[in-house]
Design a protein around this ligand. Structure first.
Ligand SMILES: [Zn+2]
Length: 315
C-alpha cells in the first residue's frame, strides 16, 4: 500500500502532459552536460529533473521520468540536441516518478545502470500493484507500452567510474545504507564538478526519508558536501545558485527534525503529540510539502525512539 499513499496524487494535481512528443526544457550546465528541467516549484508533486551527458561515443542519461510517454519525450529532447546514440541510463533511485519512463530509454538503445535494491519501502506493495496505482496517477495513455526497466544491466552498490568518449562519470551509492531510499545513486562529473543528486536534494520542498533513514541522509549529505560541486541538480526544483546552501538547508531540516523528535521521545511525549506542532497534512496530497513534513516527522520519531532505546546501532 505504501506507493498508493505516496504517489497516488503526485501528478494528478497538475494538468496532464500533452502526449505529443514535445521537448522538455533543458539547461546547459557545462559543455555537453545538460539538465532536463522538471516542474520547478511544485516540489515532489511535479515532474522531476533528469539530465544527459553527450560524448563522442554516445549519450548517458540520468533518470527516466514518470511514464513511457515522458520517457519518449525525454528521448526526443535528447535527439534534438545530438545525433549520438543513447548508450546508458543511470537511475538515481527506484521511485516511480524517476524510472517509469525507463522502458522508452531502453527501446532507444540504453542499457541501465542502477542500484540493485529496487525496494522503495518496508511496507511496499508488489511491483504489479505499483504499476496499476501509478497508471491511475498519470493516466492510461501516459502509461501505454509500460514495462519495468529499472533492474540494472550494470548494478552499482558502492562506486563505479564510467569512461565514455573522454568523459569521466562517477556513479556512486552515497552512503553504505539507505538515505532517501535503499537504492540511491549519485552521478558526479569530477572534471566539470557537476553533481546529479537525485532526491537526496529537493530544491522546492523537503527531501523525504520515509523510505530511507534520516541518519543515512545526513551521512549521504556529508558525501555530497565533500565533493564541493560547482553545480548540483536536485531531484526536484531549480538548479540552486549555491550548491552548498541547498546541502546546508537540507542538513538543517533533518537535524532540526531529529532534535525535535528526540526531545519528544525523551520527554515521553506520544507520536501524536509530537506531531501536534506541525501543520496538518493536506488532504489527498500525500507528497505536498506539509504532508511530507508530517510523514518525515512520523518516520523520524520512530527512528529516534529506536535509537533512544538502543535498538538501532545506526551509522
Ligand atoms: Zn524519490
Amino acid at each position: 500500500m505504501f506507493l498508493v499513499f505516496t504517489f497516488v496524487t503526485a501528478l494528478a494535481v497538475g494538468p496532464l502532459l500533452s502526449l505529443h512528443a514535445q521537448q522538455f526544457p533543458t539547461r546547459r550546465l557545462a559543455p555537453d552536460v545538460f539538465a532536463v528541467m522538471g516542474d520547478t516549484g511544485r516540489g515532489s508533486e511535479g515532474r522531476p529533473n533528469a539530465g544527459f551527458i553527450v560524448t563522442d561515443s554516445g549519450v548517458v542519461v540520468i533518470d527516466a521520468l514518470a511514464s513511457p510517454a515522458q520517457g519518449e519525450r525525454l528521448v526526443q529532447t535528447i535527439r534534438s540536441a545530438t545525433r549520438q546514440p543513447i548508450r546508458w541510463l543511470v537511475l538515481t533511485h527506484h521511485h516511480p516518478d524517476h524510472h517509469f519512463g525507463a522502458i522508452a530509454l531502453r527501446r532507444a538503445g540504453a542499457r541501465v545502470i542502477a542500484h540493485p535494491d529496487v525496494s522503495t519501502g518496508v511496507d511496499e506493495q508488489s511491483r504489479e500493484a505499483a504499476e496499476s496505482v501509478w497508471t491511475q496517477v498519470v493516466g492510461k495513455a501516459e502509461m501505454r507500452g509500460f514495462a519495468y526497466a529499472d533492474v540494472p544491466d550494470v548494478p552499482v552498490t558502492s562506486a563505479d567510474t564510467l569512461r565514455l568518449g573522454g568523459k569521466i562519470i562517477v556513479i556512486a551509492h552515497p552512503w553504505r545504507g539507505p538515505a532517501h531510499t535503499a537504492g540511491d545513486l549519485i552521478v558526479w562529473l569530477p572534471d566539470e564538478r557537476v553533481l546529479f543528486a537525485g532526491d537526496l536534494l529537493i530544491e522546492d520542498g523537503v527531501t523525504m526519508v520515509v523510505d530511507g533513514s534520516s541518519r543515512g541522509l545526513l551521512a549521504a549529505l556529508d558525501t555530497l558536501a565533500g565533493l564541493d560541486a560547482r553545480i548540483v541538480v536536485p531531484g526536484h526544483g531549480a538548479v540552486p545558485a549555491e550548491p552548498r546552501a541547498l546541502i546546508a538547508r537540507t542538513r538543517e531540516y533533518i537535524t532540526g527534525l531529529r532534535a525535535a523528535m528526540r526531545t519528544a521521545v525523551e520527554g515521553h511525549r506520544s507520536l501524536n503529540r509530537a506531531l501536534d506542532s506541525l501543520p496538518p497534512a493536506d488532504e489527498g496530497r500525500p507528497v505536498s510539502l506539509h504532508s511530507r513534513e508530517r510523514r518525515n516527522a512520523n518516520r523520524v520519531y520512530l527512528e529516534v525512539e529506536k535509537e533512544f532505546m538502543g535498538l538501532d546501532g545506526g551509522p
